[in-house]
Design a protein around this ligand. Sequence first.
Ligand SMILES: Cc1cc2nc3c(=O)[nH]c(=O)nc-3n(C[C@H](O)[C@H](O)[C@H](O)COP(=O)(O)OP(=O)(O)OC[C@H]3O[C@@H](n4cnc5c(N)ncnc54)[C@H](O)[C@@H]3O)c2cc1C
Length: 192
Amino acid sequence: MKNNRVVIIGAGLGGLQCGYILAKNGYDVTVLEQERVVGGCLQSFARRGTLFDTGFHYVGALGEGEALNRLFTYFDLMSLPWKKLDADCFDEIVIGDKSYPYAMGHNNFYNRLVEYFPHEREGLKNYIALLKRVGDHIFDNLKLKEGEKSLSNTYFAQSAYKFLTETIQDPILRQVLSGASLKMELKAKRGQ
Ligand SMILES: Cc1cc2nc3c(=O)[nH]c(=O)nc-3n(C[C@H](O)[C@H](O)[C@H](O)COP(=O)(O)OP(=O)(O)OC[C@H]3O[C@@H](n4cnc5c(N)ncnc54)[C@H](O)[C@@H]3O)c2cc1C
């Protein structure tokens, strides 16, 4: 008989997602966690009466047909009480005395930023096209056969610095596009 028992060590986001996917596909999953609560890095905790929340604070691409909508539907998360942020500016990147909006949806995102960077139409088009492509292939990893490589993995493994510098000429726009990714400050020397 095929052994379908799996033990996952660590109930952080990775372990829990992995366990969920395997269980959905018929595996008998046990997740072991060393702490008293599950969640790993994603926690809420109180210190001296102040509540700290280390989880994410907003999620993008949850609109119908968008990449994370597909993932969140798979994980049965779309029924949570999501609140929609301002569609024309769900986040704002402030550089010096100027601020730049992030708008919801590929087209809206493009249109809003083109108002500030009209000379970067082509670059922004290519940037959005890549986002769409990665989103369209986000599920590839779940369907791969042994030895196959997914398109999304290829893109995730590529240097963000290289992609942005090749696609976008304006250094301010590069900063705007990487501004919401805390770990994606552009490190030219390391090529990340
Ligand atoms: C402030 C903050 C904000 C963030 N914001 C975002 C965001 O907006 N969007 C986003 O995508 N990501 C965000 N992240 C990152 C995200 O939280 C992490 O990438 C993700 O939670 C990591 O999950 P993980 O399962 O890989 O690791 P962890 O969360 O570290 O989980 C590992 C688990 O394994 C357990 N463990 C380890 N060793 C053992 C052992 N030997 N036996 C049993 N259990 C063990 C640990 O106790 C832990 O619970 C944020 C992180 C922080 C800290």
